[in-house]
Design a protein around this ligand. Sequence first.
Ligand code: ADP
Ligand code: ZN
Ligand code: ZN
Length: 758
Amino acid sequence: MAEARWVDVVVPVPVRTAFTYAWPLDREPEPGLRVFVPFGRNRVLLGVVVSVRTDAPDYTAKDVLRCVDERPSFQRQQLALWYWLSEYYLCAPGEAMAAAMPGFMQVEPDDEAPYTLREDGVWSVRFAAPRHDGDAVNRAFGSLARAKLQAEALLRYFQLALEAEPDDNRHPWVAVASLTAEGSDVKPAHLSALVERGILERELRPLDRSLDLGDALALPELSEAQSAALTELSSAAGQPALLWGATGSGKTEVYLHLAAHALEEGKHVLLMVPEIGLIPQVLRRAGRALGAERVAAWHHQLADGERRALWDHLLDPDSAPRVVVATRSGILLPWHRLGLIVVDEEHETSYKQQEPAPRYHARDVAVWLAQQKKIPIVLGSATPSAETWHHAATGKYARAALPERYSGVAFPEVRALSTLKAQVLHQEVGPFTPEAYAAVAQALVDRQQVLVFQNRRGYAPVLTCMNCGWIEPCSECDVSLTYHKKARQLVCHYCGLHKDLPQTCPQCRQSAWDWRGLGTERIEEEVEALFPEARILRVDSDSARSKRAMSDFLQWMESGEIDLVVGTQMVGKGLDIAGLALAVVTNADTMLSRPDFRAHERAFQLLLQVAGRTGRREQRGLLLVQTATPGHPVLQKVADHDVAGMMDLLLRDRAEHHYPPFARMLRIEVRHRKESVARDVAHFLAENLLRALAGGILGPDAPPVARVQGLFRQHLWVKLPADGSVKATKRRVLKELDGLIYHPHGRSVRVVVDVDPI
Ligand code: ADP
Ligand code: ZN
Ligand code: ZN
């Protein structure tokens, strides 16, 4: 009989502790094993053993029911990370565990096998017609006019197919798991319906991790500037390092050299990118430089089999080193023998998880992990975040710079154009000032490509009755509905509610609608009227759903046969537009005047990114920014391409007002169906926090959109001093949150804590 033992088990519940169970099994308990444990009155949960204890708890612990694993599925380092996440981000270790446990490990109590994987391959679909039958795409979408969900599923297939390798004259296979992944509206039933119609074919495809790389295998030779940066980064002993390099300066080449070095030492490399859409390209480049068998991808759309293969590979202490190109969840993998972390585009907000907890910032977690493991970490960006810039400026981080584009193309000219002047003089031409209009017209005459950037989709953000001024609000959120003209619908951009445009005004029964403000759809319409000869394409999350836009889009990607693109920031992300001559930002004021201390930082980053899409070797690009405030300091810094100057401005302001990086922020959101309850509870909490912390509390206040999906929200901000007392302060905050049970409504509100919100 084995000696009595107990284990602490983390289970996926939002309770900030592990639970102790007795270990009645024959095998030895070990941290990292998955187990089934009884929980509450009659639930059985899958948890993970985090520690083994020989001392009995002072109550009768229940028994572990079953151990799922032969060997631990998680490493001790991962368990430590869950605890660090829970402490830093004020979540439960079980929430961190749930985020770190991939779907294939989430077995049910009656599953026999250690993993749920039952198939020896990946169910995949492809468009059935040959690739050269261009009209087949249109015919297929035509036949789906009445099957909107199937049309959307097909569209999603084509989007993912763009990233896959085609099979000579057939369309590429795309895994069903990728199409139906979390965050997608596509259901397996839609795909089955498409298979039944003969539009898609379905097959169980063998796992195939070979990359078709085309070119010969070679690590690119570095330029002098790149070699110098490499040397600086390699000598940044024990410090995180910022690689500040202009777009196209060849940061990726520097990463690959660093990665090659780590591989030679037998170490794995984590290369993080902010968007799933960027992975295929980076993977191909890494594969070409380092060998296809030495690179792998990790993201939530991978098929279970692929994820499991990589997980097992990383768990195996003797496996060959790999470069793993991953989105933010890559930081949660079983990393031992990790030799290097690279966080590309470190300023991107998609590194921060918003929902659900843990609301972690993968870049910050990466910095922590690198310091734990004493390995190098490189944060790369053309427009670093204010935080990272500050750390580099104060010597906490090392810094290397690549100011020039590798191709030698000059940075585009940037001009701010006054919309007020144009308005006063009645000189506007559609959405353009006269200067912008002339520049677009000239570019089109010269047969050059133009981007018109408007960060708002739909036709008009506000539809009003001309007679009585009625504005249709969302029934669930405190915002007006956005008018989408082509669909003849009003849409809530917060909760997704759709409704048909009313024939007459619900208030006065007249039918004279007016609209205010510009969305991409309206700009597209106006630009079409201004330039009837131009081939125009709109790229936003709506257009990516309509059938015509889709076949145009495919064509455009392949041949560049589009003159003018109207787009949101979707254009900036992932799409590589070769050498636009001109970009016009129709209205920069909404981004410059957002009520958020990061508004200027974000606007600067976005504008510089759009500017970075313009220009070729033969011709300098041009960015025109339309605004009511042409003298705005942010626009001047963009025009001067002055990142350092912008950062100085921002940081001076942040220091003065005690904002990050000079303080840390913690946001508490209280949600309830009734506004008064949300407000009461938030005030109760604010008073208690104020007493406990003696200051540093802002709010409570309703955010600009106070109600979303029927819940009223109140925000409270806690400013934490950026010194060693952060931990203690956070513990006090937790104590006060626990004290909410003393409020009569304390149990009926939902409270969301976000540490370092963005
Ligand atoms: P960044 O990652 O900084 O935006 P990239 O690494 O994508 O820049 O480089 C931009 C372009 O310049 C790419 O097409 C890349 O192939 C090319 N390039 C950069 N450095 C080199 C090099 N050392 N040798 C060959 N081509 C390079
Ligand atoms: Zn009316
Ligand atoms: Zn809504």
